[in-house]
Design a binder for this molecule. Structure first.
Ligand SMILES: C[S@@+](CC[C@H](N)C(=O)[O-])C[C@H]1O[C@@H](n2cnc3c(N)ncnc32)[C@H](O)[C@@H]1O
Length: 482
């Protein structure tokens, strides 16, 4: 029988259910009023228990409001709250699904100017996939979806991203303001999408909030504000450090199809945008650290199950992780990686004849490989790894951690004559010899290259450095400008 606690928790995850504290909703509405928003109607597209509806009714006493919410208990609760505050004649609340709503009609039927406000669900489709629940739009109902997939090349989205894009498209040409709490990464994707589709998005701004304090979520988030009635397609977006800040701390924008974190740095470095001579590579992904990652003490290997392990050296390589690179600990190797394949998809059966101890070690711990949940391991050899190829065995590499904002490119050379492997939190550029790696690392750490990275890197992003960013840096231009 299903555990009721976990059912409730899963439901909360599936519906991205983090109700906005009433005081924060009031603070948002005070800001909107302060910057001159004077709606005749307001709409909360996933209104939960109604905090934004109550706050908007208070801030805009001449406006009428509508709320939509999928959870019937929340609808009842929100209705009883509006009744208790005598707002039932000004606010209508409906049970419904955002994804089947006709938003064009809904927005056009409201008295303008319209304020669309709220806090859409904080959940990604892959989080929903993990708990087996679906609260997603049908692709056919959602024209923006295919475009978004094509744009990002990724299939993991925040549900709020879809909702914001849907509202942006539905409100085009109407006198509407959108003001929604969301991750700042989501706001950037919406700006990018608007630029690519030439959608009008006026006066875009992000006002940062402390998501840890308000929602217990360690994520960079803010109030994303824009207007849809203007013809403006300038997507330079002011970023304010709080809801009460009147001067923007930073201006982000969209240029050449990229989200730009620092427009001045971009102007200084845009001539470096091009194509890397050879692709940057991500380190090895295996999802089986307990078995494949070993520590070596006094010549004895120990795995993540704390077992002492005796193996041939054939498939063992020194390993550095992103944290080692970020902290400059490249000289000291603390881990070794068992690398069962030389390239993706390679059959692993030959290990049995070349290195029988290694083969037995793997076979006896096969359950740990079988437990790997990611679909990439399906229909692969049982000991499959990813991010491996001839480049992994290059003797020298220039490597950088993708996750740390202190961007330090390091020349990494062999250790005990074995090429050093990197984990999948790193990117690296394979080099043939030491001088090539040292020169390249120096160039990449130079002030010119720093400008390029500063232009594109959003330090608060989960993965500030991406393969796209590295692969678009024309190293040739950088060498010439030195
Ligand atoms: C982050 S909570 C915010 C609630 C409310 N907007 C607030 O700010 O307090 C997201 C809300 O979206 C609702 N929701 C999730 N999926 C929805 C859908 N497909 N249609 C309508 N509401 C939905 C959830 O039930 C939840 O109440």
């Amino acid at each position: 029988m299903a555990n009721p606690q976990s059912t409730i928790r899963n439901r909360k995850v599936a519906f991205g259910d983090f109700q906005t504290p009433l005081e924060l909703a009031h603070e948002v509405c005070r800001l909107l009023k302060h910057i001159g928003i004077k709606p005749r109607s307001f709409v909360e597209p996933a209104c939960g228990t109604g905090n934004f509806l109550l706050a908007a009714a208070d801030a805009f006493p001449h406006a009428r409001g509508i709320g939509l919410e999928i959870n019937s208990e929340y609808v009842s609760l929100a209705n009883s709250r509006t009744a208790a505050t005598n707002l039932q004649n000004r606010i209508e609340i409906h049970e419904g699904n955002f994804f089947t709503e006709d938003w064009e009609r809904r927005i056009r039927n409201l008295p303008a100017p319209v304020l669309i406000l709220g806090n859409p669900p904080w959940v990604t489709n892959s989080q929903q996939g993990q708990i087996g629940t679906v609260n997603l739009p049908k692709k056919s109902n959602f024209p923006g979806l295919a475009g978004l997939e094509a744009l990002t090349g990724k299939s993991n989205f925040d549900i709020s991203e879809w909702m914001l894009l849907r509202l942006l498209e539905a409100a085009q040409g109407t006198n509407a303001t959108v003001a929604m709490l969301c991750k700042t990464a989501v706001a950037r994707k919406v700006l990018l999408y608007a630029a690519k589709r030439s959608l009008s998005i006026g006066r875009p701004r992000i006002y940062r909030i402390d998501a840890q304090r308000h929602f217990g979520a360690v994520v960079d988030a803010g109030l994303f504000f824009f207007e849809t009635g203007t013809r403006s397609q300038s997507v330079d977006c002011g970023v304010f450090s709080s809801l009460t800040e009147t001067q923007s701390a930073q201006s982000i924008g969209i240029r050449d199809g990229f989200a730009i974190a620092d427009l001045e740095a971009y102007n200084r470095s845009k001539h470096m945008i091009g194509k890397s001579p050879i692709p940057w590579r991500s380190g090895i992904k295996h999802d089986c650290a307990k078995i494949l990652e070993l520590q070596k003490e006094n010549g004895i290997y120990r795995n993540g199950l704390n077992e002492t392990v005796e193996l041939e050296e054939t498939f063992l390589y020194p390993l550095l992780k992103g944290a080692d690179l970020a902290n400059g600990r490249t000289g000291e190797i603390r881990r070794w990686l068992l690398v069962p394949q030389c390239q993706v998809g390679e059959d692993t059966r030959h290990i049995e004849s070349i290195a029988p101890l290694t083969w037995n070690y793997l076979q006896q711990r096969r359950e740990y490989f079988d437990e790997r949940r990611s679909s990439i391991y399906r229909n692969q050899s049982p000991f499959a790894i990813f991010g491996v190829g001839p480049y992994s065995f290059a003797p020298w590499k220039v490597a950088v951690s993708a996750l740390y904002k202190n961007r330090l490119f390091q020349a990494v050379g062999p250790h005990f004559d074995r090429p050093v492997m990197l984990d999948d939190t790193c990117y690296f550029y394979p080099c043939r010899h030491e001088q090539e790696a040292r020169d390249l690392a120096a160039i990449l750490n130079s002030p010119e290259a720093t400008d390029y990275f500063q232009a594109f890197i959003f330090p608060e992003a989960k993965r500030p450095i991406t393969a796209t960013l590295l692969n678009h840096l024309d190293l040739g231009k950088l060498t010439l400008s030195r």
